[in-house]
Design a protein around this ligand. Structure first.
Ligand code: AMP
Length: 508
């Protein structure tokens, strides 16, 4: 089944319902949206000359148009490549080139940057809202393109351990499984409900527009296009029945936001993507009541590995309530989850190992990367790279992320990318980057630098980072040291470094 069939159907029998909102305004109903999408799909095929299976990238800040471009790509039998709008131009160029995208849709704020990128495969660079964009809707609508369940619908670029993002192939089957699982485990969606896209639509929030289109609910984008607590509270009364996806740090900022807004009209907050401190989960429950659901997922099994239901989160009387609040919950309905040792043998309850996942929500592999695909999907199980422990009731608690990934403000940062940027500086002999626990951001990036000769200028180190990687990835703290802790093979021991960092923090 083609995912775009959901929008065609919504346009037919729920045509009058609001489909897209911007701030407080409805900008489109489902009849209008389905019509525009079918015409845009026609333009992609006839005017832009795209062929089934071609990739269409979206380098866009959140926008109502995100929905029509995604669905038009599927409608036309193409694969969408949503790209995180906060990335560095080098990272845009890598993803556009690696995916072999033939067309890119750019939001106005990114149009200049993306237009200037040297990407050979790109035949079309279209700024959303431009005259060129509007002209596409003059095309004749086309019928839904036939697709196979295993055709790629969404290339989801995740950071790789090597620092280069890899494209997880999410097929029509994968996203169908994720969508139906939303209704099974996460939330109900009724006519008149909406989802507010305050988190990036290239990631979790955008994935969750699917169940809302299925049910004919409204996809609302805040006028600021991003996460702003005051604005979100203001929109709750305007859009009763609202759900939104938020990283734990966003939930914390909402809780900390002063103001006495009545949150009765709010339906659901789904949080995940990074660790939530138990104290913060309790504070969120106090503020919002039983409206919280936690998910654990990754690009390779989007939004769909485990969950903590709203009932479990709100059940203060349960003897293991706190423990469960600190866990990522139980397996979602469409997947099997187990914890295994290095040989993929399932470990007994209570023992820590790698989390493995199998089911229809798991990607079919990494785009053009058979070696990474083979190791990550070895034996038919997704090797998440996350370490965890399962209790006798099936509740999973994440331990340490193998791979040493840092999650700051809900965004993944791979230390190696930052290390590579810093190592380009002539004054840096060695560097090791770790995450330091932080109550506001979850973790912040800290760089331990061994200088070649005298301490390098911190401002200059920062400039090297800004020249190579996204702003949010640069270290918040630099520590100049004589040497790094290493094992016999010369490999830096990040665990020791983190322990030292924590001890220094206590001493400070
Ligand atoms: P991404 O592929 O960008 O969605 O990042 C996925 C990674 O984020 C996972 O592999 C986990 O390490 C982490 N993650 C996702 N959800 C949670 C959660 N609920 N709690 C803690 N970490 C999480």
């Amino acid at each position: 089944m083609n995912l775009a069939a959901w929008l065609v159907r919504a346009g037919t029998y729920m045509g009058d319902r609001p489909a897209l909102g911007l701030g407080r305004a409805v900008v489109s109903d489902y009849r209008d949206l389905a019509g525009r999408t079918a015409r845009l799909a026609g333009a992609m095929r006839t005017k832009l000359g795209l062929r089934p299976g071609d990739r269409v990238a979206l380098t866009m800040s959140n926008a109502p148009e995100y929905v029509e471009i995604l669905f038009a790509a599927w409608h036309a039998g193409l694969a969408a490549v949503p790209v995180n709008a906060k990335l560095h131009p080098n990272e845009f160029a890598h993803i556009l080139g690696d995916s072999g995208a033939r067309a890119v849709f750019m939001s106005a704020d990114l149009a200049e940057t993306v237009s200037g990128l040297p990407v050979e495969t790109l035949d079309h660079r279209i700024a959303v809202g431009s005259r060129d964009y509007d002209a596409l809707f003059a095309a004749d609508p086309i019928d839904l393109a036939p697709v196979a369940a295993d055709d790629v619908a969404w290339l989801f670029y995740t950071s790789g351990t090597t620092g280069q993002p890899k494209g997880a192939m999410l097929t029509h089957r994968v996203l169908t499984a994720m969508t139906l699982n939303y209704f099974a485990d996460i939330d109900t969606v009724s006519p008149g409900d909406c989802i507010l896209h305050a988190a990036p639509m290239s990631h979790g929030s955008g994935l969750y527009l699917l169940p809302h289109v299925v049910r004919g609910a409204c996809n609302v984008v805040p006028e600021s296009r991003h996460f702003d607590p005051a604005e979100m509270f203001g929109l709750m009364a305007r859009w009763p029945g609202m759900a939104f996806f938020a990283a734990p740090t966003m939930v914390k900022r909402l809780v900390d936001h002063h103001g006495d807004v009545d949150t009765t009209p709010l339906k659901t907050i789904v949080y995940g993507g990074g660790p939530m401190y138990v104290a913060d989960a309790k504070a969120a429950l106090d503020r919002f009541g039983p409206k919280l659901v936690q998910i654990y997922g990754q690009g390779e099994s989007p939004m769909t590995i485990t969950f903590v239901s709203r009932e479990v989160i709100a059940d203060r009387s349960h003897p293991r309530w706190e423990e469960r609040l600190g866990s990522v919950g139980v397996a979602q309905s469409v997947v099997q989850v187990r914890v295994a040792d290095g040989g993929d043998v399932t470990l007994p309850h209570g023992e820590t190992g790698e989390i493995l996942v199998r089911g229809d929500s798991v990607m079919t592999g990494y785009w053009n990367n058979p070696a990474a695909t083979e190791s990550t999907l070895a034996g038919g199980w997704l090797h998440t790279g996350d370490m965890g422990v399962m209790d006798a009731d099936g509740f999973l608690t994440l331990k340490d992320r193998s791979k040493d990934m840092i999650i700051s403000g809900g965004s993944n940062i791979y230390p190696r990318e930052v290390e590579e940027a810093l190592l380009r500086h002539p004054g840096v002999a060695e560097v090791s980057v770790i995450g330091r626990p932080d109550p506001e951001w979850g973790e912040v990036v800290v760089a331990y630098v061994v200088p070649t000769d005298g301490a390098p200028d911190i401002k200059e180190l920062d400039r090297y980072c800004l020249d190579a990687i996204a702003r949010f990835k640069r270290p918040k703290d630099y520590r100049i040291v004589e040497s790094l802790p290493k094992n016999n093979y010369g490999k830096v021991l990040k665990t020791q470094l983190r322990a030292r960092d924590a001890a220094d923090g206590l001493a400070d």
